[in-house]
Design a protein around this ligand. Structure first.
Ligand SMILES: Cc1cc2nc3c(=O)[nH]c(=O)nc-3n(C[C@H](O)[C@H](O)[C@H](O)COP(=O)(O)OP(=O)(O)OC[C@H]3O[C@@H](n4cnc5c(N)ncnc54)[C@H](O)[C@@H]3O)c2cc1C
Length: 257
């Protein structure tokens, strides 16, 4: 990924591809009808140009579009381990077992690790297909499952915060005073990376899957302190609010086809 700009209820991402091509993508909740117009080219272009990242990458002096706007939906977190009744010797790997939100860019790493677990199991016990199944399955139900849960947890918290923006703006951070039993949404922990080097290190190690997902919990007290001192996650400069984006979209007239 080249970059991401996230606001209250939507995000814009830029992905690099082969041969000098790239994708500019808006992400919003499937049920957010006010942003559905983004699938129309004039609306998409107007909206992209009020974002600093979008403006830079859709500048006609820099790039030319080679397709219209396409919609990609159904990017679900999914975990579907092999049924134990499946014949020994048949192995499911990669996306057939688990998909996680591509926003995190983890699918290929998990798929390759999954394949390497099978290679390792075969190398360790070449004559015992039941042992291959057991070893790969233990990894699937342990480490792979933990990354699926991590993606699911992050997505649930982000979707709740985005819906709050659509519905009129409830706070994304649980009450912290007096001490609250609610744990902080993980995207708030990750957002604090911008203001605290220790959180930044933990967040990078989390995003790159260097540490297990639960390692991120260690910085929660630090982020709680930051919140107590008044810090709040905020949009980067140049990123409009969802309400401003909706206003821009409403002002664009789209020719009737
Ligand atoms: C929009 C998007 C962005 C992503 N970005 C990232 C990223 O930045 N980083 C990252 O790590 N991951 C990313 N991923 C996830 C990553 O692409 C997948 O997790 C990864 O490709 C899974 O590998 P796989 O081999 O399991 O499946 P695939 O890569 O889907 O390979 C399966 C192959 O099997 C073929 N096939 C299917 N059915 C048959 C059949 N009946 N006969 C023969 N062949 C068949 C398919 O054509 C395909 O080539 C992204 C995914 C999406 C959707």
């Amino acid at each position: 990924m080249v970059g991401v700009e996230e606001a209250d209820g939507y995000a814009l991402l830029v992905f690099p591809h082969d041969a000098g091509t790239f994708t500019v993508a808006f992400v919003h909740l499937p049920g957010d009808r006010a942003l559905a117009g983004l699938r129309r080219v004039p609306v998409f272009e107007s909206a992209a140009r009020i974002m600093s990242l979008g403006a830079a990458w859709t500048d006609p002096n820099f790039a030319e579009p080679i397709s219209g706007v396409t919609v990609m939906s159904g990017l679900r977190n999914m975990f579907r381990p092999l049924d134990p009744a499946v014949p020994v010797g048949l192995h499911a790997l990669g996306d057939t077992v688990c998909t996680t939100n591509p926003h995190f860019g983890r699918g290929s790493s998990l798929a390759v690790t999954h394949a390497l677990r099978l290679v390792q199991a075969v190398a360790e016990d070449p004559g015992d297909p039941a042992a291959w199944r057991d070893r790969v399955d233990a990894w699937v139900r342990g480490e792979l499952r933990s990354w699926f849960d991590d993606a699911r947890q992050l997505d649930r918290a982000r979707a709740a915060a985005w819906w709050a923006a659509v519905d009129g703006g409830a706070q994304a951070i649980p009450s912290m005073s007096p001490p609250s039993p609610a744990s902080l949404p993980r995207f708030v922990l990750l957002a604090a990376a911008g203001v605290d080097p220790t959180v930044a290190t933990a967040a990078l190690r989390h995003m790159q899957m260097t540490d297990p997902p639960e390692a991120l919990d260690a910085v929660e007290p630090r982020v709680t302190d930051l919140i107590t001192q008044g810090w709040r996650p905020s949009r980067s400069p140049g990123v409009p609010t969802r309400a401003e984006l909706v206003e821009t979209i409403s002002a664009v007239s789209v020719p009737v086809r």
